[in-house]
Design a protein around this ligand. Structure first.
Ligand code: ADP
Ligand code: MG
Length: 374
């Protein structure tokens, strides 16, 4: 059978993913903003091919080069970014366990990338992904596919899980949700016991959109936000928007079960900069953030070297998302950077983390890439 058009494109996407491993790294640098330092000379330089970049090392004054799957220009808007992500979203409908992360220091654009702003052109990956899933599920209904979609939204804070949608039925804003625990279901998939799961109406896109907006508002209200010196809206927790996608074909009896996890990670900044170390509650937060982010790095590293034991269980984040970080899972890491010179130290840390992640997919590939020494 000949593959054409959209089908061919998706087939190619999956082949490329298989060849290169199922982990991608994209770098997105935000534009300068009014609150940034005066000097608008960014230490970051992106090559025209959109795959390489350099950053001036503050100590040596020399540029350090990096190569990734995609490096966006600061001018790249939400639409442009989503275009590069839509194949991943599609994979979830094809039955893959897909996870997108946004990683970076506070203020680098993680939430802008994942959630964005409003319902217009500034909306981010979460609303766009939901729109795409709904449109595709609708398209596939002509081929007798029936999809059941459901959404959950949770937060990992100090290694504890919190249901962000717990008040959606009760209508009250609950500060502490019930105790949640990560379990394996009888098909060996990870799930969170006790988590609110909201069925999404696939028959009406306007109703689905309304449902999603309501859901986002509930989630935003219940997020725990603590202020630090760096950003008064700073989020010290990981938030994960989860979608389950189950499809059944009435003609053939075939079924698929995919998952799409969109994960806005806690700020990766080091302790000293935000002066969080003067407060013991902040210290605990920072330690658990560092723990889960470094666990994520260790998991990626273990995958890279083909280790027989992958330490998923060392953090809630990696334990919950292990289906996406193994087997037929697919992961995409956004590394968000601030363009300022002041942030160059943190940016370099983020890039080095990303470089380790990137080596996962290149473990067996032949592509010849020179890495900077770390
Ligand atoms: P983080 O979640 O990493 O702390 P935010 O997403 O909250 O960072 O971004 C910090 C600020 O920068 C916000 O005001 C956000 O609107 C703005 N911002 C981030 N990325 C972009 C971008 N690509 N274009 C325009 N503004 C952006
Ligand atoms: Mg944020």
């Amino acid at each position: 059978e000949l593959l054409k058009g959209e089908k061919l494109r998706r087939h190619m996407h999956n082949c490329i993913q298989e060849l290169r491993g199922n982990i991608r790294v994209f770098v997105r640098t935000r534009p300068f903003l009014p609150g940034d330092e005066q000097d608008k000379n960014s230490p970051i330089n992106i090559t025209p091919d959109g795959e390489s970049m350099s950053i001036i090392d503050r100590r040596s004054g020399k540029p350090l080069n990096f190569h990734f799957d995609k490096v966006f220009l600061p001018s790249a808007g939400q639409e442009t970014v989503f275009q590069e992500v839509s194949d991943f979203v599609q994979s979830a409908l094809d039955g893959y366990n897909v996870c997108l992360f946004s990683y970076g220091q506070t203020g680098s654009g993680k939430t802008h990338t994942m959630q964005g702003c409003g319902n217009g052109p500034m909306r981010g990956i979460i609303p766009r992904a939901v729109e795409q899933v709904l449109a595709q599920a609708n398209n596939l209904s002509t081929q007798k596919w029936a999809f059941t979609l459901s959404a959950s939204f949770l937060e990992i804070y100090n290694e504890g899980l919190k249901d962000l949608l717990v008040s959606i039925h009760s209508g009250q804003n609950s500060i502490h949700g019930q105790k949640l625990s990560i379990k394996r279901d009888n098909e060996s998939k990870m799930f969170v016991q006790g988590l609110t799961t909201v069925p999404i109406d696939t028959t009406s896109s306007s109703e689905a959109k309304r449902q999603l907006e309501a859901l986002m508002m509930v989630a935003a209200q219940s997020r725990s936000v603590a202020s630090t010196k760096m950003n008064s809206q700073s989020s010290r927790s990981h938030s994960i928007f989860m979608m389950q996608l189950k499809g059944f074909n009435e003609d053939t009896g075939a079924s698929v079960c995919g998952a799409l996890n969109l994960c806005d990670l806690a700020g990766s900044e080091r302790l000293d900069r935000s002066e969080a170390n003067f407060d013991s509650a902040r210290l605990k937060e920072t330690q658990s953030i560092n723990k889960s982010l470094s666990c994520l790095g260790v998991v990626f590293n273990s995958l890279a070297i083909g280790a027989s034991h992958i330490p998923y269980r060392n953090s809630k984040l990696t334990y919950l998302l292990q289906d996406c970080l193994s087997g037929d899972g697919k992961a995409l890491m956004f590394v968000n950077l601030s363009p300022t010179t002041e942030s160059s130290g943190e940016s370099l840390c983020s890039l080095r983390f990303a470089q380790r992640v990137n080596q996962v997919e290149l473990g067996k590939a032949t592509k010849n890439i020179a890495y900077t020494k770390t």
